[in-house]
Design a protein around this ligand. Structure first.
Ligand SMILES: [Zn+2]
Length: 204
């Protein structure tokens, strides 16, 4: 008889939180882990206590569920951040003057890092129309955001913007200009932001 213990993990829900480990606003998964006694690799009965924890999608760190109570007060700040990221990435889709499927797909992929929302085509189109009409600069969307992010989080936000720009095959000057504006709007020096862009441009 083969006997063992296996851990089963279930995702109970997802959301966005402010991760104390990687200091970014990131998607989290609220998980339940349970150990099962196994006979012939068939889970038979739960053994021991089940554990619930919150895992950061960005850095993989796990926290006590109470972490989510602590950040409830941050919800408004968080929503502001999420919406700001959505807006600047929508601007990136628009930057080269053409909206392409590859850009919308990449937009969805990078947003997984910041939001638990899933965007339909219609929602993206509505967002694009709104951003076009608002005619705001990145620094208007990103006001106050940079102060809550460390350098890695800022650089990553730029990298994700770069991925959207690159997704249709070419990075246009308008897109590079927008990236630079995003970097400086986050509080990076021009030189730092330009260095980040040059770096991505050469390795991706
Ligand atoms: Zn994290």
């Amino acid at each position: 008889m083969i006997f063992g213990v296996q851990t089963h993990t279930t995702v109970l829900r997802v959301g966005t939180f402010s991760c104390p480990q990687c200091r970014s606003f990131a998607r989290y998964e609220y998980k339940r882990a349970r150990s099962y006694a196994m006979i012939f690799f068939i889970p038979v009965f739960p053994t021991g206590a089940q554990t619930e924890y919150v895992e950061c999608h960005q850095c993989g760190a796990a926290f006590q569920p109470s972490i989510l109570d602590r950040i409830q007060g941050d919800q408004e700040r968080l929503n502001h951040f999420e919406q700001a990221v959505i807006n600047v990435f929508l601007k990136m889709i628009l930057a080269d003057g053409r909206v392409e499927i590859a850009e919308k797909d990449m937009f969805r992929r990078v947003l997984e890092h910041y939001s638990s929302q899933r965007f339909s085509d219609a929602q993206i189109e509505a967002g694009l129309a709104r951003v076009k009409q608002e005619r705001k600069r990145p620094d208007q969307y990103l006001a106050g955001i940079g102060a809550n992010l460390n350098d890695e989080a800022k650089e990553q936000l730029m990298l994700h913007g770069f991925f959207i720009a690159k997704s249709d095959g070419f990075v246009m000057q308008e897109e590079l200009d927008l990236l630079l504006q995003i970097g400086t709007a986050l509080g990076m020096s021009r030189l730092h932001a330009q260095g980040v862009i040059d770096h991505y441009y050469h390795i991706h």
